[in-house]
Design a protein around this ligand. Structure first.
Ligand SMILES: Cc1ncc(C[n+]2csc(CCOP(=O)(O)OP(=O)(O)O)c2C)c(N)n1
Ligand SMILES: [Mg+2]
Length: 210
C-alpha cells in the first residue's frame, strides 16, 4: 500500500513504521522489493528483537540465547542482519540508531525523509516487558557511532560496518546514494510513449476470456 501511495502521490512524504517481526517475517516478502525498486519512502523499523504485541515470541532479529515462550531453552537460529539485507537489496539510504539516543534518531529520520528514494532506518528499541534482560543496557553496550571518516557513498564500506566489526552495531548513517526512484522511472516510460499507454483495458479483458 505504501508503495502505491508513494508512486501515485509523489507530493506526499510517505513514512511507514513497523516491527522486526512485521518487517522481516510476517510481511517480509515486501521488503526486498521496496528497496530494489527504490520507492521514495521512509521505513522506520523498531527493532526490539522480539514479537512484542503477541507477548514475546522469537523473531528474525532475536538474540540466539533469548528465552521466550516459543524458545524456553534459548533459540536455535542465527539472527538476520537487517542492515546488510537492506544494503544488499539496494536501499539508497541505510541508517541505524537506538531509541535511548532520541536526538540521533531524529537526525537520521529527518535525513531519511529528505532523501529521494527508499530510506531504511533500523532503530533498536527496548522491550522491558518480554525480553528478559535489561534491554536499554544491552543496546547501550552494543552500539557504537559510525566512525567520523566513514564514506557513506561507499557501499563496500557500509557493508563492512553492517557486519558489526568488533561485535559493535554501527549507529549513524551507513549509506546514501542517488538513484532514480520507481516513480521517476515510470515517468520516463510515460514520456517515451507520449503521455499515454497504447492499450485498451477492455480489449485486454476481452482477450483473456476463453
Ligand atoms: C499476517 C499476520 N500474521 C500475524 C499477525 C499477528 N501479529 C500481530 S503483531 C505480531 C508480532 C509483531 O512483532 P513485531 O513486528 O516485532 O512488533 P512488536 O510488537 O515487537 O513491536 C503478530 C505475530 C498479524 N497481525 N498479521
Ligand atoms: Mg518486535
Amino acid at each position: 500500500m505504501a508503495t502505491g501511495t508513494a508512486v501515485a502521490r509523489p507530493d506526499l512524504a510517505v513514512c511507514v513504521s513497523g516491527g522486526d517481526g512485521d518487517g522481516f517475517s510476517i510481511g517480509g516478502g515486501h521488503m526486498p522489493h521496496m528497496a530494489r525498486k527504490n520507492v521514495n519512502m521512509t521505513y522506520i523499523l523498531m527493532d526490539n528483537g522480539i514479537y512484542g504485541l503477541t507477548k514475546g515470541q522469537y523473531s528474525p532479529t532475536s538474540r540466539p540465547e533469548m528465552k521466550a515462550y516459543t524458545t524456553p531453552y534459548g533459540g536455535p537460529e542465527e539472527p538476520m542482519n537487517p542492515l546488510l539485507y537492506m544494503l544488499t537489496y539496494g536501499a539508497t539510504y541505510v541508517a541505524q540508531a537506538f531509541a535511548g539516543k532520541p536526538n540521533i534518531c531524529a537526525e537520521l529520520i529527518k535525513g531519511a525523509m529528505e532523501h529521494n528514494g527508499f530510506a531504511y532506518v533500523n532503530i533498536f528499541s527496548q522491550c522491558p516487558t518480554f525480553n528478559k534482560i535489561d534491554t536499554i543496557q544491552h543496546y547501550r553496550d552494543l552500539v557504537e557511532e559510525v566512525p567520523e571518516g566513514h564514506d557513506a557513498s561507499d557501499l563496500g564500506a557500509a557493508m563492512e560496518l553492517a557486519r558489526r566489526p568488533g561485535g559493535k552495531a554501527p549507529m549513524g548513517l551507513l549509506y546514501k546514494a542517488n538513484k532514480p526512484t520507481l516513480r521517476e522511472n515510470l515517468d520516463k516510460i510515460i514520456e517515451k510513449v507520449g503521455g499515454h499507454a497504447d492499450y485498451d483495458i477492455n480489449q485486454i479483458i476481452a482477450r483473456s476470456k476463453p
